[in-house]
Design a binder for this molecule. Structure first.
Ligand SMILES: Cc1ncc(COP(=O)(O)O)c(C=O)c1O
Length: 458
């Protein structure tokens, strides 16, 4: 048995190293001494690797598996649907699951976000929203409104249109030039406020940029309720309310990019509900199916839809698999779990304990800030807590890739040690997690961060 297992293991490693092109991965970094982590199964908040070692999935895979791993019933909904109708397209046709899911999403979404355009993932949703706002303004007599204003360090996807909105220099530079019209303003990093801004006037960055570009040229603003890249950057009070006013003043559409922040991540179905604002468009994916199937969506208000209902108008855009019946059936089963098992309620009940556990690590000298909302939290690591001095690029490389990522994984915790911005550790466990998992996370984080403090701060 052992021999068979070892052979199978070696062969998977070999095949992965030889044939699999992993996303955002330094493929040259893997060799006999540095195995590719191969995750083979999951159950609840836990996953197991090919050696049978168990890990606490403190990142819900990639902010994805909101209801937790191993839900046979959700998978079964896809299989049942395949027996009935494995695939049909939403190009000029409809099918029951896409219709039912669209109606259900519209019921759950805030305000008059009543129209759902399905995609296969987050990047496609953002790409679709960018095309949609341009087309909307053309149909309503403002053909020059084409620009999108996003925020620095924000991640909105990797396709060339979405990349124009993504504000992370090293993800952009190798692929320039991309779709014109992407502009960036200060984000809501309250720990390191942009010069000239306080928490109270951060939204004005959008007003200034719209005025600078010329309101007649700006189609939309795109922002996540809590910005992922940079480390769970929450908005200050009133930020989105002011942003809504600024958008209305200049006939600019507000896109709430909720690829991460919807489906319970912040304790509500949509992040916009948590912060009490009404977007014109929501882009979503990941948690819509808890990633048991690949699916995303753009959700539009009646106002945005209106010109597309006139005469021969048509949004000349689509993806073969948008609204795929198996994915839609899986999404319906996923939302059943939300409804029947109190997923949102679990996040609301346990968010304070999750946060308190992370706050308790503030006694460690390397912990500079703890921030986030819901089950979407980050710890910023600093060189000097008093001055908030951050690590140099080289130090950050040593800290994150040279030590933290490996040490956390080694001790059985999957989370994200990231430096798109200043170095942070991000935690976003499945929304079924509770005090037992928080204690496990602490039991790993504390000794690892103690060692990181000793290594980096002397
Ligand atoms: C806010 C946001 N927008 C867009 C995307 C792109 O989604 P996908 O990777 O599904 O294309 C992501 C992915 O993490 C995201 O977090």
């Amino acid at each position: 048995m052992a021999t068979t297992h070892q052979t199978a293991t070696a062969s998977l490693q070999e095949q992965a190293r030889r044939h699999l092109w992993m996303h955002f991965s330094r493929m040259g970094a893997y060799d006999d001494a540095h195995e590719i982590p191969i995750i083979t199964r999951g159950d609840g908040c836990y996953v197991w690797d090919e050696h049978g070692k168990r890990y606490l999935d403190g990142l819900s895979a990639l902010f994805c598996v909101n209801i937790g791993h191993g839900r046979h019933d959700v998978a079964q909904a896809g299989a049942d649907q395949a027996k009935e109708l494995g695939f049909f397209t939403t190009w000029s046709y409809a099918h029951p699951r896409a219709i039912e899911l669209a109606a259900r999403i519209a019921r759950l979404a805030p305000g008059d976000l009543n129209r759902v355009f399905f995609t296969s993932g987050g990047g496609e949703s953002v790409e679709s929203a960018i095309k949609l706002v341009r087309h909307y303004h053309k149909l309503t007599g403002h053909p020059n409104k084409t620009k999108i204003i996003a925020r620095e360090t924000a991640y909105h996807g990797t396709t060339l249109g979405a990349l124009a909105a993504t504000g992370i220099t090293n993800l952009r530079q190798p692929y320039e030039p991309f779709t014109p019209g992407g502009c960036h303003v200060a984000n809501t990093n309250l720990y390191r406020l942009a010069p000239g801004y306080g928490a109270e006037n951060l939204a004005e960055a959008f007003a200034r940029r719209i005025e600078f570009e010329g309101p007649d040229t700006v189609a939309a603003v795109i922002a996540e309720p809590v910005q992922n890249a940079g480390g769970c950057l929450t908005p200050p009070d009133g930020y989105f309310q002011r942003l809504r006013e600024i958008c209305d003043e200049h006939d600019v559409l507000l896109i709430s990019d909720e690829v991460i922040c919807s489906w319970g991540r912040l304790g509500e179905y949509f992040g916009a509900e948590r912060y009490g604002y009404q977007p014109d468009l929501i882009t979503t994916a990941k948690g819509l199916t808890s990633s048991y199937a690949p699916m995303g969506a753009v959700i539009a208000t009646d106002r945005v839809m209106e010109p597309f209902l006139q005469g021969s108008a048509s949004f000349a855009h689509g993806f073969t698999w948008g609204g795929h019946p198996m994915c839609a059936a899986v999404a319906m089963a996923n939302l059943d779990v939300f409804e029947h098992e109190g997923i949102l309620e679990n996040v609301r009940e346990h968010e304070p304990a999750f946060r308190a556990m992370l706050e308790s690590l503030r006694d460690l000298p390397i912990v500079g800030d703890v921030r986030g909302a819901g089950y979407f939290q980050a710890i910023e690591l600093v060189k000097d807590r008093e001055t908030r001095q951050t690590f140099s690029a080289e130090e950050s490389e040593t800290l994150l890739r040279g030590f933290l990522s490996g040490a956390l994984f080694e001790r059985g915790l999957i989370c994200r040690a990231d430096d798109r911005g200043d170095p942070v550790i991000q935690l976003a466990p499945p929304l079924i997690a509770g005090p037992e998992q928080f204690a496990e996370i602490e039991a790993v984080l504390r000794p690892v961060l103690e060692e990181a403090s000793a290594r980096m701060l002397g």
